[in-house]
Design a protein around this ligand. Structure first.
Ligand SMILES: *[C@@H]1O[C@H](CO)[C@@H](O)[C@H](O)[C@H]1NC(C)=O
Ligand SMILES: *[C@@H]1O[C@H](CO)[C@@H](O)[C@H](O)[C@H]1NC(C)=O
Ligand SMILES: *[C@@H]1O[C@H](CO)[C@@H](O)[C@H](O)[C@H]1NC(C)=O
Length: 819
C-alpha cells in the first residue's frame, strides 16, 4: 500500500508545471512581501523556515528550543496555607472573595512562563529588485518542500527549499538556466542578544560559513544557541567581509543550515560539535541526496492518507489568493480547497513535531514558526485546549509518531508538576499542571485572572491523550513506560487534592476555561462576573476519564500486586464511583457548565466548549444519547449566541457536530466557515480572522474535525462479544458517521481507528457508502457501523452479524461492501 502511494507521488512530480493539483499545492504568483503570514512554512520537526521568496530572499529560521530564558520557579508558596480558606469561601458562596484570595495567593510569580523566540533570519541579497517577471512560488504539501521560479533580466532563476528530517538540517538551492548568473550575498541576522557573528571562506570543499550565536536574553543562564549556514557554490568567486559571504558568477549555490542550543546541549562545545557534525554530513552527502532523502521521508508520512472530496476543476488550479476570494463567495465551488487544508494541516504537523531525540518539543501555538520576540501568548504550550488540538490529527490520520514530543515534554513536566503540587497544594505525591506550560515543563499557574489562572487540570487532559495514543496504536511498551507514569502521577495528585462536596469528589478552586459566570442572588457578589468556583462540569468529565483510564491501564498492565496497586484501587473504587456525573440544566436541557443551575453565562457565545469535552475529544457524553442531546442543545445555543469566534473554536465545533447524529451538514458548514473566515495569506489559521495573529491550532483542529466526519471509533461494545485478545475494549469502526450532503462523492484512504484498524480505503458515491477495506493491525474483533447503521453491508462477502462482529487475524485485510 505505502509503496503504491509513493510511486503515484513520484509520477505526479513530473506534472507540476502542467497543472496545479489544487489538493496538493499552495501556490502564488507573488512573493510574501514583508509579511511573515504570507510566507511558506517548512520544517523538520526541530528546525523551521518561513520562505518569503522576495527578490532579495529573506528566510525566518527557527529552532524549537530557542525560548526567552532559563527555568524559573514561579510556584506561589502562599498557596498551601490559603487553599483551605479559598475552598471554604467558594463552598459557602463567597465567590468574589475567594477569587480575589486565589489571585493574591495562587498566581505564579512572575505570572508568565517563558516565551518562544525567533532564532535567526537568513538574508540572501541577489540584487534582484525590480524587473522580476513570470513569478511563481509554491509549497508542495506532499513533499514538504517550497520553491520559487522567476525571470530576471532574461535569466530564469529557481530556488528550492527543503527541511530534512534524516539529515537534521534545512537545505536550499539557488540555480539559474544559464551558467555564471548567480550573484548572492549571505548573512545571518538577529536583532537581540547576539554574541558573535562570523563568516569565513573555505578553500576546501566543506562550504563557506556564515555563523551567528546568541543568547535568548540577558541572564547569565540564558539559553544560548549556535547557528551556521554552510554555503557551497558551483562556479564563481567567493569573498567575505568577516560577517557575510559574497559569491559572484556562480552556476548553483547550495545552503545548509543548522542551529543547536544549550537546552539540549548544556555544554557549548557539544552544541557546536553537533552543528559541525550535521553540516559536514549534509555537505558531504550533497544537496541532491539531502533533498531526495528529505522528500522520501516526508512523503512517506503524507502518503499514508489520501483524501478526495471531489474535483474543483479549473477553480482548484488557481493561485491561493484567487481561490480564497472565490471561496468566500461560493465555498461549494472549490471542494479541493478543503482537501488542501487537510493536506496542509498534516504537512504542518509533520513539519513541526517529530521525534528528534529525548528532548523533542511539541508544536506550540505557532507550531515551530515565529519571527516575534514577544509573540502572542508567548507562543507557548496552552493546555486548556490549544496544545491538545494540535494533535487531533495525529492518531486518526496515521501520524502517531508526531505525538512523541508531547510525551517527552510531559516527562520533563512531571517533576516540575510534582514540586508545584507539593509547594502549592501540599500534595506530596502526584503532579499538577495549570493552563500553560513551556519547554521547561513549567507547572505553576499562569497569568492573573479568575477565569483562567487557577485550573489544576492540564495534566488530566494530557493523561487522556496518552491513553488515546495507546488505544489507537495498542503499543503496550508505550502504555507501560510512557502513558502509565503520566496517568499514575496525575491520579495521585487528585487523590490528594480532591475534596468531598455533596458526596462527590470535587475540584476547587477551579474554573471552566476562560469563561465566567454571573454570580447569582444569595452568593457574594451577586451580579459580578467571576470565573473561579468548585466542580465545573469539564473537571468532572476529565476526572471521570482519568480514573477510567487508570483502571483500564492497571488491568492491561496487570498492576494488581505491584507497588502501584493502591493507586489503581483508589482510582477505580474510591474516586471513580463518586465523580459527579454530567449535569443537565433543569430548565434549558443543556449540559450545565457550572456547579449550580443558577449561574448565568457572562458570554453565551463563548469560544470554548469546555463542558462538551466528553463529547469530543472525550467520550463520556458521546456514548450516551441523552447526554449527546444535552450537548447538542448546549452547542446550538453557543453557536446561536455568536461562538465559533476564533479559528480553533470553529474547528472544535466541526468535531463536536461530527459526533452528533444528523448534524453532518453543520460540521461541514463550520469547516467551510473556518476556511472562509480565519485563514491568513499563507493559509495559517488566525485567532480572529483578517490579518489577526497567527495561531496554528485551528489548522490542526480542522484536520481532526474533518477526519471525525469520515471515520469514528470512540464507541465501544460493552458486554457483547467475548472481549478481544488481551481483554481490550472493542471499538466500533464507524465509517462515514457524518457525511455532509455537500460532499456526495469521495474517497479517503488510510485513516486509523482505535483498536489498531487502518481504513485503507473508503469510498462513497451519491451520499452513500460503497466499499471499504480495513487492515487489522492487532487482530482484534472488528466491529463495524456504516453511516449510523449496523446492517446493510457485508464483510468479506458475508452479511455483517452485529452480535458477533468479525474475528480478525493480525495484518489481514477485510473488505466491507454495501448490500
Ligand atoms: C521552475 O523552474 C525549474 C527550472 O527551470 C523548472 O524545471 C520547473 O518546471 C519550474 N516549475 C514551475 C512550476 O514553474
Ligand atoms: C512503542 O512505544 C515505545 C515506547 O514509547 C517506542 O519506543 C516504540 O518505538 C513504539 N513502537 C512502535 C512500533 O511505534
Ligand atoms: C470468543 O473468542 C474466541 C477467541 O477469540 C472466538 O474463537 C469465539 O468465536 C468467540 N465467541 C463469540 C461468541 O464471539
Amino acid at each position: 500500500m505505502l509503496v503504491a502511494v509513493l510511486v503515484i507521488l513520484g509520477c505526479a512530480v513530473a506534472d507540476v508545471a502542467a497543472a496545479w493539483d489544487g489538493s496538493r499545492f499552495v501556490w502564488y504568483t507573488t512573493d510574501a512581501g514583508d509579511n511573515f503570514k504570507n510566507g511558506l512554512p517548512i520544517g523538520n520537526g526541530r528546525l523551521g523556515a518561513v520562505v518569503f521568496g522576495t527578490g532579495n530572499e529573506k528566510l525566518v529560521l527557527n529552532e524549537n528550543s530557542v525560548w526567552s530564558g532559563p527555568w524559573t520557579d514561579r510556584a506561589n508558596p502562599k498557596s498551601k496555607d490559603a487553599l483551605q480558606n479559598i475552598r471554604e469561601s467558594l463552598i459557602s458562596g463567597d465567590i468574589t472573595g475567594a477569587g480575589q484570595a486565589a489571585l493574591d495567593n495562587m498566581a505564579g510569580n512572575p505570572t508568565s512562563p517563558r516565551a518562544y523566540n525567533p532564532t535567526v533570519d537568513l538574508g540572501v541579497d541577489l540584487g534582484h529588485g525590480f524587473g522580476i517577471s513570470d513569478y511563481t512560488r509554491w509549497l508542495d504539501t506532499f513533499e514538504g518542500t517550497a520553491s520559487v521560479n522567476y525571470t530576471y533580466d532574461g535569466t530564469s532563476y529557481s530556488r528550492e527549499y527543503v527541511a530534512s528530517y534524516p539529515h537534521g538540517v534545512l537545505a536550499f538551492r539557488l540555480s539559474a538556466d544559464q551558467p555564471g548568473k548567480l550573484n548572492a550575498k549571505f548573512s545571518l541576522s538577529r536583532s537581540q542578544w547576539v554574541l558573535s557573528q562570523t563568516a569565513s571562506v573555505n578553500d576546501g570543499d566543506g562550504g563557506h560559513t556564515v555563523a551567528l550565536s546568541a543568547n535568548s536574553g540577558q541572564s547569565s543562564d540564558a539559553i544560548t544557541f549556535w547557528s551556521e549556514a554552510r554555503i557551497v557554490n558551483s562556479g564563481g568567486d567567493v569573498s567575505s567581509d568577516g560577517k557575510t559571504i559574497s559569491i559572484t558568477g556562480a552556476d548553483t549555490i547550495d545552503v545548509f543550515f543548522d542551529a543547536e542550543t544549550s537546552y539540549r546541549h548544556p555544554d557549548g562545545d557539544a552544541a557546536q560539535t553537533e552543528v559541525k557534525r550535521k553540516l559536514d554530513g549534509a555537505v558531504t552527502a550533497g544537496y541532491s541526496e539531502v533533498r531526495s532523502a528529505a522528500i522520501e521521508d516526508f512523503s512517506s508520512l503524507m502518503g499514508r492518507v489520501k483524501l478526495d472530496l471531489g474535483s474543483s476543476g479549473s477553480a482548484g488550479e488557481q493561485p491561493v489568493p484567487t481561490r480564497m476570494s472565490n471561496f468566500k463567495q461560493d465555498p461549494d465551488a472549490d471542494p479541493q480547497l478543503m482537501t488542501l487544508m487537510f493536506n496542509y494541516g498534516r504537512h504542518l504537523l509533520a513539519a513541526s513535531s517529530r521525534d528528534t531525540g529525548p528532548l523533542s518539543l511539541p508544536a506550540n501555538l505557532q507550531g515551530i514558526w515565529n519571527d516575534d520576540y514577544d509573540p502572542p501568548w508567548q507562543s507557548k504550550y496552552t493546555i486548556n485546549i490549544n496544545l491538545e488540538m494540535n494533535y487531533w490529527p495525529a492518531l486518526v490520520t496515521n501520524l502517531a509518531e508526531t505525538q512523541k514530543p508531547v510525551f517527552d515534554l510531559l516527562h520533563v513536566a512531571i517533576p516540575r508538576g510534582q514540586a508545584v503540587a507539593s509547594t502549592m497544594y501540599g500534595c506530596d505525591r502526584g503532579f499538577v499542571l495549570h493552563h500553560n506550560t513551556d519547554l521547561w515543563g513549567d507547572a505553576a499557574p499562569v497569568d492573573k485572572g479568575t477565569p483562567y489562572t487557577v485550573w489544576p487540570m492540564g495534566a488530566a487532559w494530557l493523561a487522556a491523550d496518552a491513553m488515546e495514543h495507546y488505544r489507537f496504536t495498542r503499543n503496550k511498551t508505550f502504555l507501560a513506560e510512557v502513558a502509565w507514569p503520566v496517568l499514575r502521577e496525575a491520579a495521585r495528585f487528585y487523590h490528594c487534592y480532591l475534596f468531598e462536596w455533596e458526596s462527590y469528589w470535587t475540584t476547587g478552586p477551579s474554573l471552566s476555561p476562560e469563561h465566567a459566570f454571573v454570580v447569582p442572588q444569595g452568593m457574594n457578589t451577586p451580579g459580578a462576573g467571576e470565573g473561579l468556583d468548585i466542580s465545573p462540569e469539564m473537571d468532572n468529565q476529565l476526572l471521570h476519564q482519568l480514573f477510567t483510564d487508570v483502571g483500564e491501564a492497571c488491568a492491561l498492565l496487570d498492576l494488581g500486586s505491584s507497588d502501584d496497586a493502591e493507586t489503581c484501587t483508589a482510582s477505580t473504587e474510591t474516586y471513580l464511583p463518586r465523580i459527579r456525573p454530567p449535569a443537565v440544566h433543569p430548565s434549558t436541557g443543556r449540559i450545565q457548565e457550572w456547579r449550580s443551575p443558577d449561574y448565568a453565562d457572562t458570554e453565551p457565545g463563548h469560544r470554548h466548549f469546555s463542558p462538551l469535552w466528553g463529547l469530543y475529544p472525550g467520550r463520556q457524553l458521546a456514548t450516551s444519547p441523552d447526554l449527546t442531546a444535552a450537548a447538542e442543545a448546549f452547542l446550538d445555543h453557543r453557536i446561536e449566541s455568536g461562538s465559533g469566534s476564533t479559528g480553533w473554536s470553529r474547528a472544535w465545533a466541526v468535531a463536536l457536530y461530527a459526533r452528533m447524529p444528523g448534524r453532518a451538514d453543520d460540521a461541514w458548514r463550520h469547516a467551510q466557515a473556518l476556511v472562509a473566515t480565519y485563514l491568513l495569506g499563507n493559509l495559517w489559521n488566525s485567532d480572529s480572522g483578517g490579518d489577526s495573529v497567527f495561531q496554528i491550532d485551528g489548522n490542526f483542529g480542522l484536520v481532526g474535525g474533518m477526519a471525525e466526519m469520515l471515520v469514528q471509533s470512540h464507541e465501544t461494545v460493552a458486554g457483547s462479544g467475548n472481549g478481544t485478545k488481551n481483554g481490550e475494549e472493542e471499538f466500533v469502526v464507524h465509517l462515514l458517521p457524518a457525511l455532509p450532503g455537500k460532499v456526495p462523492d469521495g474517497r479517503v484512504d488510510g485513516l486509523v481507528a482505535r483498536g489498531g484498524f487502518v481504513v485503507q480505503e473508503l469510498v462513497w458515491e451519491g451520499g452513500k457508502f460503497v466499499r471499504a477495506s480495513v487492515l487489522a493491525r492487532n487482530g482484534e474483533v472488528l466491529r463495524v457501523k456504516v453511516q449510523g447503521e449496523s446492517d446493510g453491508f457485508a464483510v468479506d462477502g458475508e452479511s455483517y452479524d452485529v452480535d458477533k462482529g468479525v474475528e480478525t487475524t493480525t495484518d489481514a485485510v477485510y473488505e466491507i461492501t454495501a448490500i
